[in-house]
Design a protein around this ligand. Structure first.
Ligand code: SAH
Ligand code: SF4
Ligand code: F3S
Length: 445
């Protein structure tokens, strides 16, 4: 039986780039008449897009896939595909442990997956993990993930060799899409009502084609009529130059927010991680961006407990977090990944010690986050309305240009996708509460 015109269910783990890839696959399948379903038990095809970044990410994906055996017992014609970074990482091993899996497909092989789903179901598991340094999925229209904001991958793979990281192994070498094709994809999204685009890449600012580099791309996208906001994640400090800061400052649509992973505040650790910058250089970028982009907000990623991290190294991370004053940070305990250079280094901290440092870091960051939010009260901020607030139907949820969440009551003339001018009144947990000036003016007028 072919899968034509059936329903597909897609579960996505990992980063935004996996979310985008799931949207690419959704785009391919829907073009051929398949329908998306959020109910696994009514699907003909079950797809799990997996992540390998830390041990925990793989454990969660394995558990989810194992749980899908049930659907196959109930409906034997169902097909199950494991795709993404863990599929690339474990390949043939997956169907040995999970014999109900029909396809194991790495990030460069999604076109072949589409083909296979429309042929007869294979008798034995098909494993496709050949890497293709040129696969950019040109010509495929990803489905849109929201009516207001969308994510678009502009470069795939990674040429860095951070010692702890599995991404270069599973995602392959760096490759950038042509600017014209990115512009066309953004224009199509804007045509569907999207107001904000977030550009994605593992080292998004090393984007480069024969004609364009990252700042040039920002300037091109800034000219698209109807697009209100441009974000990007994650820039690598090694590639962050003054021209990028100028392009941000001079492009009104580029948001005043930099998510720039630092990983550690200790030069010893940064060197051992092969991050290719120092604490001093990171702080220099922060200072330059602050001077050029008033009100810019910084967020980051940090790893604690890398092999050899001393209490003094960790103290340097705490002091850097304080010195920059990040608005928020994704914080992780180091997780050894087989196949990475650091895997051979003996861990010097127990799981409990890593956890203890992680908790201290989270506490420190939490206080800074609160402080930064409180400093926003009394200001008027432009907020892009994304959706209704989850707790109260009569309120909107949106974000400031500097990436802070704001909740405020409905006001005349505002809807999903509107840019509202909001007076920030208070902080409630890690969100801001405010009032739209549009509401105040309507009362006065
Ligand atoms: N390309 C991005 C990061 C992608 S992975 C960059 O270079 O900035 C997202 C985050 O996961 C990383 O920034 C890092 O903080 C974390 N991470 C990666 N490998 C890890 C590991 N082995 N253990 C713990 N955290 C890890
Ligand atoms: Fe991993 Fe480093 Fe590449 Fe980021 S830059 S994906 S941390 S290897
Ligand atoms: Fe995970 Fe792959 Fe992203 S390993 S973090 S899903 S690139």
């Amino acid at each position: 039986m072919s899968a034509q015109a059936g329903k597909y269910f897609l579960a996505t783990f990992g980063c935004q780039m996996n979310v985008y890839d799931s949207n690419l696959i959704g785009g391919m399948l829907e073009k051929r008449g398949m329908l998306a379903t959020g109910e696994a038990d009514e699907a003909d095809v079950l797809i799990v897009n997996t992540c390998s970044i830390r041990g925990g990410a793989e454990d969660r994906a394995y558990a989810r896939i194992a749980g899908m055996r049930y659907y196959k017992r109930r409906k034997p014609g169902v097909r199950i595909a494991v795709i993404g970074c863990m599929a690339q990482n474990h390949g043939d091993k997956i169907p040995v442990e999970l014999d109900h899996v029909d396809y194991v497909v790495g990030p460069d092989n999604y076109r072949q997956l589409e083909g296979m789903l429309f042929q007869d179901r294979p008798k034995t598991a098909q494993v496709l993990t050949e890497q293709n340094a040129f696969e950019n999925y040109e010509g495929i229209m990803a489905r849109l993930d929201s009516a207001v904001t969308c994510h678009i991958t502009i470069m795939r793979g990674c040429n860095k060799r951070c010692t702890y990281c599995i991404v270069p192994t599973v995602r392959g070498v760096e490759r950038s899409r042509e600017a014209a094709s990115i512009v066309a994809e953004v224009e199509r999204a804007v045509g569907e009502g999207v107001k904000e685009v977030c550009l994605l890449g593992q080292t998004v600012n090393s984007y480069r084609t024969a004609d364009d580099d990252f700042p040039a791309l920002l300037r091109k996208l800034d000219k698209i009529p109807g697009l209100e906001r441009i974000r990007f994640t994650s820039p690598h400090p090694r590639h962050f130059d003054s021209e990028t800061i100028r392009a941000m400052a001079e492009s009104p649509k580029v948001c005043r927010h930099l998510h720039m992973p630092v990983q550690s505040g200790s030069n010893t650790m940064l060197k051992r991680m092969r991050r290719q910058y120092t604490r001093e250089r990171f702080l220099e970028i922060v200072a330059e961006a602050r001077a050029a982009i008033p009100g810019v907000g910084f967020t980051t990623d940090i790893i604690v407990g890398y092999p050899g991290e001393t209490e003094a190294d960790f103290a340097e991370t705490l002091s850097l977090v304080e010195e920059v004053g990040f608005d928020s940070a994704y914080t992780f305990a180091y997780s050894p990944r087989e196949g990475t250079p650091a895997f051979d280094e003996a861990e010097t901290l127990t799981a409990a010690e890593k956890q203890e440092r992680l908790e201290r870091l989270i506490q420190a960051q939490f206080r800074i986050s609160e402080r930064n939010l409180e400093a926003m009260t009394g200001r008027v901020e432009e907020v892009l309305i994304e959706e209704r607030a989850t707790r109260n139907e009569g309120e909107w949820m949106g974000k400031t240009s500097c990436f802070k969440k704001v909740i405020f009551p409905h006001a005349p003339g505002l809807e999903k996708g509107s840019l509202a001018r909001v007076l920030i009144l208070s902080r409630s947990g890690l969100v801001l509460r405010g009032e739209a000036l549009e509401a105040v003016e309507a009362l006065e007028g």
